[in-house]
Design a binder for this molecule. Sequence first.
Ligand SMILES: [Zn+2]
Length: 502
Amino acid sequence: MKELEEIRKHLQKEAVFADASRIISFDQSTVCPEEAVEEKNEIIATLEQQAFLMRRDEAFLRNVRRAYEKRETLDEWDRAMVEQLHRNDLMEQNLSTDRAYEYALIEKKAFVDWTQAKEASDFSLFRESLEKVIGINRERSALRVVAPEENWIKCTYDRLIDRYERGMNVETIDPCFAECAERLSNLLSRIRSSKKKIRTDFLSRVVPEEQQRRVTEYLMTLQGFDPKRGTYSTSEHAYTERLSPHDIRITTHIYPDSFLSNVYTVLHETGHALFDQRQPEKNNAYFLYDGKTFGMHESVSRFYENLVGRSEPFLSAIYPKLKELMPEALSDVSAKELYEAANLVQPSLIRTEADEVTYAFHIIIRYELEKAIFEEGLAVEQLPAAWNDLYEKYLGIRPGNDKEGVLQDVHWTSDFGYFPAYLLGNFYNAMYVSRMKQEIDYEGALAAGDLTAVNDWMAKNVFEKADRLSPSEWLLALTGRTVTADDFMTYLEEKYGALYQL
Ligand SMILES: [Zn+2]
């Protein structure tokens, strides 16, 4: 088909701008000197605008629309590529370049206001910007064209969720989150009344940066990260970026008095990186790499971080090496003590510091608030109190100020609808691990500290089709089931039931 050839040629050119902007942005958050950070913004904005203009090129869109009409006749790969382009078209076709630029300005101002408000712990400094950001999210939802086949999109908040987790909606998420909240409340109250003592004194021992860097490299190698197609760096907030098809980079943040923070950041981010490094090579020729949703990605990163990294067999397997690399910190600590400390459950106010059990509540709270804003008319000025009330309801603790409450996350300076994906990812990985256990010696692999069989299973089953399917289709192909909180909750109940002797 002539259109497909033209489409690919065009995407090749667009990728150059998009890749260049990511490379500069990665530089900006890692090695870029302080005084030069601001001037990089200009370059990034120009490259991004260029990429946007190319996506909105009329001849290109004509080809996309023609190819989409003939999608039934295309093979699986071409069809996935064309469907993704069509989806972008639905999201952007009513958005003018000028308005997109205004959105960017509003978000930029919101980020500055949020930073100042957080520093001062004063929500009123962010309120006006937040109202504008909510406004542009509403507007973007209204401008988004919904195709007749997208029958899961039923309300404004569904449109927002669909941007990050296509095919998911309030109707599907509500019962899953409700089951999760109920069983979690029960589990948490049993844990809180447990007499089990967990040793934590060694967690804040100072581990020099040089030692922590060696731990980083050891873990990345053990996890199967390919150093010929990626690297690692440090940044204020850890993240993973696919700079171009064969350049996947992660960052970590090293705190001398919290070595476990680095250990779990590296396991998490390397999980994201493996997903990108081990996707089918064929994806590159079809420009298929953004099909993986946030929930799919988070399912993989949190699989390596929690299900593998916080498991007793895996921690016992890597314990001797961790002790060799950080001798002062672990000299008088047993493998069992390390396992227990890495799984300490403690309700806390800050999402990013939450343990595996209470983390879900942080997401459920944000989901309920977002839904209330877009569907129930919750006013912005009521947000801090509503936030605090939900923390009290679910976690039994109340933020003392806005900094440790409603101002803690950067997400609401631009995006709404993103948070549910974090918890959905936990549901997904618990579901597919149930199947993995039937097909390979999962526990044996963790106990041996050899992830080869696990990584191969992940690549073949979880990674292979992720860019060509929606999360629901992917889960169905992977597990034969639709999304449920049950596997995740059973996993938590069994693991923490044993750990806390419930
Ligand atoms: Zn992540």
